[in-house]
Write a protein that binds this ligand. Structure first.
Ligand SMILES: Cc1ncc(COP(=O)(O)O)c(C=O)c1O
Length: 339
C-alpha cells in the first residue's frame, strides 16, 4: 500500500477500500451490502438521472489524541436526510439504519482515518437516489443508499484565516419555499455559475441574498452565515437555506459562552454593524470573513479591520474542534465513538 501524505491532503476524492449500500425494493429497505466497487450500475431511466431524485449528506470522523475515532452529530445528519427525502418524495431511511451504514463504512476504512496530529479527518459522504426506471415525472419505487468515505485535509492549511466574499445578485440558488432547505443535487447545480463568478473575481465564495426581495442575507456557497455584535450571535432565518448542523452547534456553544443567539432575517445593510462574521459548515467549521463586497451597489462591508479572525470566531472554532477531536468533554452528546 502506498503511504498517504496526511499533511498534504486536499478536500477531494481518494479511493478507499470499501463503500456500503442498502437498496429499497418492494416497499422496504434490504440488508447492508459491502462493496469495493467504485461504480454504480444504474438504469438509464432512473429518476435520479432525469428528475433529480438525489439527496446527499456530509459529515466527518476524527481521530483523537487518545486514538479513539469520533463521528460528529450522526443523528442530525440522519434527520436532515429524512427531511430531504420528505421534500422530494423519496423513501426515508431510519436513523438506526443510517447509523449502521456509517459505522460500518468508517470501521472498514479505518486505515484511511488521518492521525490526530495531521489536523485532517475522514469525510463521510452518504447519498440516496431514485433508481427505478420511469419516463413520466413521478417519484421512483426503488432507491439506493450508498456511503463512501475519503480522507480530507485540514481546511486552513496555513492556519485559521479570513477571506473575502462577494454578493452575487445575478443568480439565485433557491427560491423561498423551494428546495433550498433540502440537501439535493439540484441546489448545487443551481449554485455553480454564481460560485464560478465569485472565484473568477478572486473571492473565496459567493453570497446569496433572498431570491424574492434581494434584501436579506441567505447563505454563502455551501455554508451558513453568522455575524457577531454586542455579545450576540446572529444568523439568518430563511425558507431557502440549508439548516447547517455546524451552525446549530455554534448557536449552542455561543449560548454556553453566555452570548445571546438570534435567528432572524438579516438585512444586507446590517453587515456594516458586525464586529465579526463567519461562514460555517462541516468543511471549515468556521471560515472567518474579512469583507463582503456588493459590486452592483458599489459597497464593501469590511468586517475584519486588521484582516485577522476575531476573538469570538476563534473561541467558537476552537471549542467545536476540541469536541470533535475529543480534546474537550462532549457535554451535549454530539459525538459517537466508533467502537
Ligand atoms: C448549502 C449549504 N449550506 C450550509 C452547509 C453547512 O451545513 P453543515 O454545517 O451541516 O455541514 C452546507 C454543507 O453541508 C451546504 O451545502
Amino acid at each position: 500500500m502506498k503511504e498517504i501524505d496526511w499533511a498534504n491532503l486536499s478536500f477531494g476524492y481518494m479511493k478507499t477500500d470499501y463503500n456500503v449500500r442498502i437498496n429499497f425494493r418492494n416497499g422496504k429497505w434490504g440488508e447492508l451490502e459491502v462493496s469495493s466497487e467504485e461504480h454504480l450500475t444504474l438504469h438509464m431511466a432512473a429518476t435520479c438521472l432525469h428528475y433529480g431524485q438525489e439527496a446527499f449528506e456530509g459529515l466527518k470522523a476524527f481521530r483523537g489524541k487518545d486514538g479513539k475515532v469520533r463521528i460528529f452529530r450522526l443523528e442530525e445528519n440522519a434527520a436532515r436526510l429524512q427531511s430531504t427525502c420528505q421534500g422530494i418524495l423519496m423513501a426515508e431511511l431510519s436513523t438506526d439504519r443510517f447509523k449502521e451504514a456509517i459505522l460500518k463504512v468508517v470501521k472498514l476504512n479505518e486505515r484511511f482515518i488521518p492521525p490526530y496530529e495531521s489536523g485532517a479527518s475522514l469525510y463521510i459522504r452518504p447519498l440516496l437516489i431514485g433508481t427505478s426506471a420511469q419516463v413520466g415525472v413521478h417519484p421512483a419505487t426503488e432507491y439506493m443508499f450508498v456511503v463512501f468515505v475519503s480522507p480530507v485535509g485540514p481546511y486552513f492549511k496555513g492556519g485559521f484565516s479570513t477571506n473575502p466574499y462577494v454578493i452575487i445578485r445575478e443568480f439565485d440558488r433557491a427560491a423561498p419555499h423551494g428546495t433550498g432547505t433540502y440537501k439535493i443535487g439540484g441546489n448545487y447545480a443551481a449554485s455553480l455559475r454564481a460560485n464560478k463568478k465569485a472565484h473568477d473575481l478572486g473571492y473565496s465564495c459567493e453570497f446569496y441574498l433572498d431570491a424574492k426581495e434581494k434584501k436579506y442575507i441567505d447563505e454563502c456557497g455551501a455554508a451558513n452565515f453568522f455575524g457577531i455584535k454586542d455579545n450576540t450571535y446572529i444568523t439568518p432565518l430563511s425558507s431557502s437555506i440549508l439548516p447547517s448542523i455546524t451552525n446549530k452547534s455554534l448557536m449552542q456553544l455561543a449560548e454556553d459562552m453566555g452570548m445571546k443567539v438570534e435567528r432572524r432575517p438579516v438585512p444586507e445593510e446590517e453587515l456594516a454593524t458586525f464586529e465579526e462574521a463567519g461562514a460555517c459548515g462541516t468543511a471549515a467549521v468556521i471560515s472567518p470573513i474579512q469583507r463582503i463586497d456588493d459590486l452592483e451597489k458599489d459597497k464593501s462591508y469590511v468586517i475584519s479591520k486588521d484582516g485577522k479572525p476575531g476573538p469570538i470566531c476563534t473561541k467558537l472554532y476552537n471549542k467545536l474542534r476540541d469536541i470533535q477531536y475529543g480534546d474537550a468533554p462532549d457535554t451535549h452528546g454530539w459525538v459517537t465513538i466508533v467502537e
